[in-house]
Design a binder for this molecule. Structure first.
Ligand code: SF4
Ligand code: SF4
Length: 369
């Protein structure tokens, strides 16, 4: 079991793509200091717990972050962070990152170009972020458990800079360079998504780079999360050598990985994006069922995972024999249920009987031609 804890909605950035833009300023609803130990203890008592990801907003902005980490240390729970890392370089969080239970930090850095970062984040922070990256790499020398990841979202605004950005992170020897897909959401101020032809243009550019200068890069560190598994097949078909792009588990819905999401105030959900309903009427788009949501301050994680109706129904759903049978081209794809478990929300959001994954259909066509 893996826990993703959205510790706070607080964040000092002003990102144009933020789904949290309305809440992040003046946010004051996180769990109080006294509840921290209670919640961490409950997480620590979960059977077969593999670790905790601390998310936000910016998890380092949570008022009692040091207390959270000290408690995670006490209960010997491995943990990691996803953060923009604006202030890590100051040394303010060294105690946290030096812990042997702190296993990863994912720094969200959008580009190696200062102007692009300033435009996206609403702040001129690239130098601070790179200072934080170097600072973490120094800490890593004395904390071998700590893995440093970077994550960069592929957007229409930075797509021409991603290869330079990959080269920069590669030169620093980070453990993982993740290139993520952009998720549209209704609260963002701008739209940064890319269409299939723009994605393909980037994939072709990347294949040229890998073929010409790929020896400069530790290819195993590169995780192309934005690209579907069949898209990775296509990219691999363009590479001259046997040093293929790795598949990883970026296309596996967390529900299949026994992950669960804890909100800043202790509520527990099987899916971060869809709560508290899972059943939606296909025609009216109204929720057909309202599920009870349990809180870690009252119940144990195992009890919630095994007895909450929302969890029971969703686990039944993923065991269905014909799950994905009406999904195109998934139903004929060799990756299905092996290294790809597509997001179930595609079905919920789809009004017709067939669920079409358009980019995969395009890659399938390219692979055949
Ligand atoms: S076709 Fe479906 S199963 Fe195959 S890679 Fe695409 S989303 Fe995954
Ligand atoms: S259903 Fe989709 S949004 Fe929900 S956990 Fe799975 S991949 Fe994430």
């Amino acid at each position: 079991m893996f826990v993703k804890w959205n510790l706070t909605k607080k964040c000092k950035m002003n990102c144009k793509f933020c789904h949290n833009a309305l809440d992040r300023i003046g946010w004051d609803f996180d769990i109080d200091e006294d509840s921290v130990e209670k919640v961490v203890k409950k997480i620590g008592n979960a059977s077969q717990l593999k670790g905790v990801s601390l998310l936000g907003g910016d998890p380092l902005e949570y008022e009692h972050i040091l207390k959270v980490c000290k408690n995670l240390d006490t209960y010997r729970i491995p943990y990691g962070f996803i953060t923009a890392g604006e202030n890590i370089y100051t040394g303010k969080f060294d105690e946290i990152f030096s812990s042997k239970y702190c296993h990863f930090v994912g720094l969200s850095i959008d580009s190696s170009n200062k102007k692009t970062v300033k435009y996206i984040r609403g702040k001129d922070i690239l130098n601070k972020q790179l200072g934080s990256l170097d600072h973490l790499l120094e800490i890593k020398k004395t904390n071998p458990n700590l893995k440093i990841h970077t994550n960069t979202i592929l957007m229409n605004i930075n797509k021409g800079e991603i290869i330079d950005t990959i080269q920069l992170f590669s030169s620093k020897n980070v453990n993982k360079i993740q290139i993520l897909g952009y998720q549209n959401n209704s609260h963002s101020k701008d739209r940064f998504n890319i269409n299939f032809s723009e994605e393909l243009e980037f994939v072709l550019e990347l294949s040229k780079f890998l073929n010409m200068q790929g020896y400069l890069l530790n290819r195993e560190s590169l995780e192309l999360c934005f690209l579907s598994e069949i898209g990775k097949d296509y990219l691999n078909s363009l590479l001259f050598d046997d040093n293929q792009i790795t598949y990883g588990n970026s296309s596996v819905c967390p529900i299949f990985r026994e992950s669960l999401f804890v909100s800043n105030d202790g509520f527990v959900y099987p899916c971060d994006a869809y709560k508290p309903y899972f059943e939606i009427d296909k025609y009216s788009q109204e929720p057909t069922k309202i599920y009870p949501v349990d809180n870690l301050r009252e119940k144990s994680i195992d009890k919630i995972y095994n007895e909450n109706e929302f969890f029971i129904d969703i686990k039944e759903k993923i065991m269905e024999k014909d799950l994905y049978s009406n999904w195109e081209p998934c139903n004929s794809c060799s990756h299905l249920m092996k290294n790809c478990f597509p997001c179930l929300l595609n079905e919920v959001n789809n009004k017709s009987n067939e669920v079409l994954i358009e980019k995969c259909k395009e890659y399938k066509f390219l692979l055949k031609s």
